[in-house]
Design a protein around this ligand. Sequence first.
Ligand SMILES: [Zn+2]
Length: 77
Amino acid sequence: MENHVQNFKCPFCEGEMKKGYIQSGTRLAWVPRVSKAIIEPSFIKDSVLLSKQSRFLVSNVDAYLCERCKKVVLDYS
Ligand SMILES: [Zn+2]
């Protein structure tokens, strides 16, 4: 199963997803609601931090893209 990330299947159309990254100048987080204030994501209650990098570096998280469905699946493990 070493190459399973190479052919990640889209959960919607089962087509091949493109491996890449979501990149940001700030830390990336899933948040339960959008905050109007730009604050450090780890300060938001119930947020899930997706990128591990310091907030002073460019953050990235593994992402799989389906251009057909316009979906992105993130892997923040
Ligand atoms: Zn798809």
